[in-house]
Design a protein around this ligand. Structure first.
Ligand code: NAD
Length: 334
């Protein structure tokens, strides 16, 4: 009888709500140990005796940790995210460790959250919610602005940027786009230079990966090129924005509204309960104390549909590696 090869895997940072999705996707194919701890030098030992590691965005997949994983014989790392900026790819390559991600799951999940942030900011929904719970029904501080007729600047027109463009088009906005590659579908958008986008957009939304080229793309020098009072939304990665510069710009009113689902220093902070920490992240506290700032804890991906798609693609990544291994003549199965 042909032996069925099962890949031995450990999945880090697994939330209770992901377990059923992963189980449904896996159908007992791979032997996956699910743990809630995030990956770090201290928790890497869970990978001993495994071939593959499944991680998430805020796991520590630095050179130091990859060296430890390689020592345990890890051959594959797959991340349950689009972005791979948290993984030291050079370190993985040094050990011949292969990397995979979930390149295209429900871009609408992130796009719709982007719009939720923008709408909540423009109509002061968090303030009105706070007031109404105290039976304060005054509306004097709640004057918003129409999206209809406004100019939106999207930086990045990949899967998510395209979904965002469609929604803003539906609102009757003019959609300007800057992307380093020319998108296939330019219907309803205007491709322009980055400086033109900064100069003309009333709302700017970031939909690009975090790379060496894009780190701190939004800084004092780029902010000054934007329209005074612009709304800036970032549901991509925190490192795209220099946080200290954005705080200065919010204080002067150069940035009128800021919506974030990703924060520069979110690693080790987001996805966990830090209510009882004596010392709290001072930059984040400063941001949260400013009016017209709305921050969510990297939840844009978090819809039932998206979590299931992430789980299924993660299992497909393991399947692909399993098939590769099956093809190796030395492989005997286990
Ligand atoms: P994608 O690869 O489909 O699109 C990225 C686009 O950015 C591409 O069109 C690319 O040409 C463009 N780009 C790359 N570098 C650029 C640069 N320097 N200047 C201008 N354009 C550039 O990716 P996507 O699926 O649309 O995702 C975008 C980002 O969203 C991801 O990299 C990830 O960081 C983030 N994301 C966040 C969440 C969340 O929950 N908050 C979930 C998924 C993805």
């Amino acid at each position: 009888m042909q032996k069925i090869y099962t890949m031995k895997v450990v999945a880090y940072s697994v939330k209770p709500f992901e377990k059923a999705c992963l189980a449904r996707a896996n159908t007992k194919k791979h032997d996956i140990t699910l743990i809630s701890n995030s990956l770090s030098a201290e928790t890497a030992f869970y990978a001993e005796g495994k071939e593959a590691v499944i991680v998430f965005t805020n796991d520590d997949v630095s050179e130091k940790v990859i060296d430890i994983l390689a020592g345990f014989g890890i051959k594959y790392i797959t991340t349950r995210s689009v972005g791979t900026d948290h993984i030291d790819k050079a370190a993985a390559a040094k050990h011949g460790i292969e990397i995979a991600n979930v390149p295209n799951y429900s871009p609408q999940a992130i796009a719709e959250h982007t719009i939720a942030l923008a709408l909540a900011l423009s109509r002061h929904l968090t303030l009105s919610d706070r007031h109404i719970r105290e039976f304060d029904f005054r509306i004097d501080q709640l004057i918003g602005f129409n999206f209809f007729g406004k100019t939106v600047g999207l930086i990045g027109l990949g899967h998510i940027g395209q979904a965002v463009a469609k929604i803003f088009n539906g609102f009757g906005c003019k959609v300007l786009v800057y992307d380093i590659s020319i998108p296939e579908n330019t219907e309803g958008i205007h491709l322009i230079s980055l400086d033109e986008l900064y100069a003309n957009a009333d709302i700017i939304s970031l939909h690009i990966p975090l790379t060496n080229d894009t780190k701190y793309m939004i800084n004092a020098a780029s902010i000054v090129k934007m329209k005074k009072g612009v709304m800036l939304i970032n549901t991509s990665r925190g490192g795209l924005i220099k946080t200290t510069d954005i705080i200065d710009a919010l204080k002067t009113g150069q940035i009128g509204y800021l919506g974030l689902d990703a924060y520069e220093f979110e690693q080790g902070l987001f996805f966990k309960d830090h209510r009882s920490d004596l010392v709290k992240d001072t930059l984040l506290k400063e941001l949260l104390a400013l009016p017209n700032v709305l921050i969510t804890p990297h939840q844009a991906f978090l819809t039932g549909e998206a979590i299931q798609q992430i789980a299924e693609q993660t299992i497909r990544n393991l399947d692909a590696w399993q098939d590769e291994r099956k093809a190796l003549p030395a492989y005997t199965g286990s």
